[in-house]
Design a binder for this molecule. Structure first.
Ligand SMILES: Cc1cc2nc3c(=O)[nH]c(=O)nc-3n(C[C@H](O)[C@H](O)[C@H](O)COP(=O)(O)OP(=O)(O)OC[C@H]3O[C@@H](n4cnc5c(N)ncnc54)[C@H](O)[C@@H]3O)c2cc1C
Length: 384
């Protein structure tokens, strides 16, 4: 097979995994990254003052049920066991998350067992709502007004900048409550944290003789010409010069502060009340519990609407955005030689494990296309 020269735009998990797979298959790979570092939003960096490993773009915990993905990331980093246990401050008290039997008993001042709690919550749910359409209806239908107003309403409004009655029901899982004392935030089989951070992991992935990494370089259509194929993990609307408008995102402002000792006793503390402007505080040293540091670095997280020049974090996939996305997808499908990948390329919220899975599948798809002599599509997973 003739070896190709392939351009990967973006050096986070999408770019690094596809790049690595194609480099191992013998192709020449250039990975171009706009930022001064690899690993995208998963980037971690040691704070020079305290030595704490900081998750620069917000806390990232790797969790998956995908055996192949777990084995894959473990090839490039040693993973330490880590269980995400999140707390929430609401109405002057600290509760356990996700809402579980402990939260319910604390909140209602009770000692209910699972079946009693299930019956109790069922009694409080609004059964007049038979076909919930909005986030608010979904919450009222399944957990009742008290839990909804305390734990979901204010937090959701801050996170999305919209009242929960203007958000789709699909944002809230069917029954967002556990009738057990399980406070493990994720229910996946594998969960952990790379011992030396995500950036070291991605650097190891990119460390291959066929891979060249170019930092501080933003790629547009002109800069991407001359390659045999382009995999683009930047924003799909930016690739087309926002010709059809800007796809909406929420961005985050992180207000950093530091202290000596232990500020909050856990990695992530959510804040449910609407009058507290931040959604959560992350105490980074608790994301590496196997390390010990005197000093501590914290981020207060403030979500807001994403403007030009801000970092896009969470895609807002409401009706208007989906319409605009469909038009961008149509444009993308008319172009040859480029495949749109990852969180921004397909305008979807993707966890890291899903990103790695899709990147592995995309690389294999490309190699199969080369072998068969068929064209590589613009998407390997439909963004719609
Ligand atoms: C606050 C927050 C917390 C999260 N927590 C978790 C978690 O706990 N667990 C989990 O599994 N997932 C988590 N995620 C999701 C995780 O961040 C994504 O899965 C991952 O970042 C997706 O990787 P990616 O390669 O698609 O994109 P990104 O990480 O967004 O990387 C895209 C890269 O492309 C670069 N780029 C864009 N355009 C261009 C261009 N034109 N030229 C050159 N470079 C360009 C960008 O600079 C960026 O580095 C979280 C996400 C957020 C927002």
């Amino acid at each position: 097979m003739k070896h190709r020269h392939i351009l990967l735009v973006g050096a986070s998990f999408s770019g690094a995994v596809i790049g690595r797979e194609l480099a191992e298959a013998g192709h020449r790979v250039t990975v171009a990254e706009a930022r001064s570092h690899v690993a995208g939003n998963c980037h971690t960096e040691r704070d020079p003052e305290t030595g704490v490993m900081v998750h620069i773009y917000g806390p990232h915990i790797f969790h998956t049920d995908d055996v192949e993905v777990w084995a894959y990331v473990n090839r490039f980093a040693q993973f330490r066991p880590y269980t995400n246990r999140v707390k929430i401050t609401a109405r002057g008290q600290v509760f356990s998350l996700p809402v579980n039997l402990h939260t319910i008993n604390q909140f209602f001042g009770s000692t209910m067992r699972p079946d009693a709690a299930r019956a109790f919550i069922a009694e409080r749910s609004d059964t007049s709502i038979t076909d919930p359409q909005t986030f608010e209806e979904q919450a009222l239908r399944f957990i009742g007004r008290e839990l909804y107003e305390t734990f979901f309403k204010g937090y959701t409004a801050k996170q999305w900048g919209r009242h929960p009655h203007d958000l789709p029901a699909s944002i809230l899982k069917r029954l967002p409550v556990r009738f057990s004392y399980d406070d493990n935030y994720f229910s996946h089989e594998f969960q952990g944290m790379p011992a030396h951070g995500y950036t070291a992991l991605v650097q190891t992935m990119l460390d291959h003789p066929n891979i060249e990494v170019v930092l501080n370089t933003t790629i547009d259509q002109a800069a991407a010409s001359g390659y045999d194929h382009v995999f683009y993990s930047g924003p799909i609307d930016a690739w087309f010069g926002h010709a059809l408008g800007r796809l909406a995102y929420r961005t985050l402002d992180f207000h950093r502060f530091s202290c000596e000792g232990d500020y909050q006793g856990c990695a992530v503390m959510n804040y449910a009340d609407k009058d507290i402007p931040w959604t959560r505080i992350t105490e980074h040293k608790h994301l590496s519990p196997w390390e010990s540091h005197e000093g501590s670095v914290l981020y207060r997280e403030h979500p807001r609407e994403c403007g030009p020049g801000d970092i896009p974090y969470y895609p807002i996939r409401l009706v208007t955005e989906k319409q605009m996305l469909a038009e961008y997808v149509e444009r993308a499908q008319a172009v040859r030689g480029i495949t749109f990948v990852g969180r921004l390329g397909t305008y979807r919220y993707l966890d890291m494990d899903v990103t790695v899975r899709e990147a592995l599948d995309t690389a294999r798809h490309y190699l199969a296309c080369l072998e068969r002599g068929t064209a590589m599509p613009a998407f390997t997973t439909s963004p719609l």
